[in-house]
Design a protein around this ligand. Structure first.
Ligand code: CA
Length: 239
């Protein structure tokens, strides 16, 4: 499956060159010439995995676009790679403050850019293993086959628990808020609330046994799956 990338960049020549190069690298690439157009495409089109966001845009600033991406439940989890000009030191810091995941300084080679994009996607996406298998620490999850193991021990999970764990493992290293899990696992239409998420995570952690050290409660925020075991120190497992 090829990752979807949206380029928001008003320099049309640069945008075209980057789109062409990333297309050759196997990415699916969309383009927007203004911040407003970019936000509209993010809202209307199938979800993008990563946004290449120019800091200096004619209408909205890159930081404002990034802020809006982070505020929208639909896109708050989307990776943002900021494109900055040399010397935009302050704006660069601001870029991180508003939640960009990384930045690249212009001029850059498209090869360098592709490497940075791959590194970001690798950091956050499903482990690239065969057959829809997610692996993290001792936990292996066969999403399609609805089977889970911790070490050599099979663990029986419900369909909801498989979806919940798959979501957490696929987004490993990033905190998932209860609202995000609610959206991603149960869907917006459902009538469950965030307490339901907590209850399911609690049951999931009990079932995972030794694997539960990889499912961290991030107090006040939500949950995070990590490849490395984490000391939780929270008996309830509720953020
Ligand atoms: Ca620009």
């Amino acid at each position: 499956m090829s990752a979807r990338i949206l380029i928001i960049e008003d320099e049309a020549d640069l945008a075209r060159t980057v789109a062409w190069a990333l297309g050759r690298e196997g990415f699916t690439v969309g383009q927007a010439l203004t911040g407003k157009q970019g936000l509209e495409r993010l809202e209307d089109e199938p979800p993008y995995d990563l946004v290449l966001l120019d800091l200096m845009l004619p209408d909205l600033s890159g930081t404002e676009v990034c802020r809006q991406i982070r505020m929208n439940p639909r896109t708050r989890d989307t990776l943002v790679l900021m494109l900055t000009a040399r010397g935009e030191e302050i704006d660069r810091v601001v870029g991180f403050e508003v939640g960009a995941d990384d930045y690249v300084v212009k001029p850059f080679s498209t090869r360098e850019l592709a490497l940075r994009i791959r590194a970001l996607l690798r950091r956050t996406q499903a482990a690239p293993t065969e057959g829809g298998l997610l692996v993290g620490g001792p936990v292996r999850l066969d999403v399609d086959g609805h089977r889970c193991w911790v070490g050599e021990e099979p663990v029986a999970l419900t369909a909801t628990e498989v979806k919940l764990l798959a979501r957490l493992m696929a987004r490993r290293g990033r905190v998932q808020t209860r609202a995000m899990l609610l959206d991603g696992v149960w869907g917006r239409e459902s009538d469950v609330n965030e307490r339901t998420v907590d209850a399911h995570v609690k049951r999931l952690r009990e079932k995972l046994g030794a694997g539960q050290a990889h499912l961290e409660t991030v107090r006040g925020v939500g949950y995070r799956f990590s490849d490395e075991p984490v000391e939780n120190g929270d008996e309830q497992g509720v953020p």
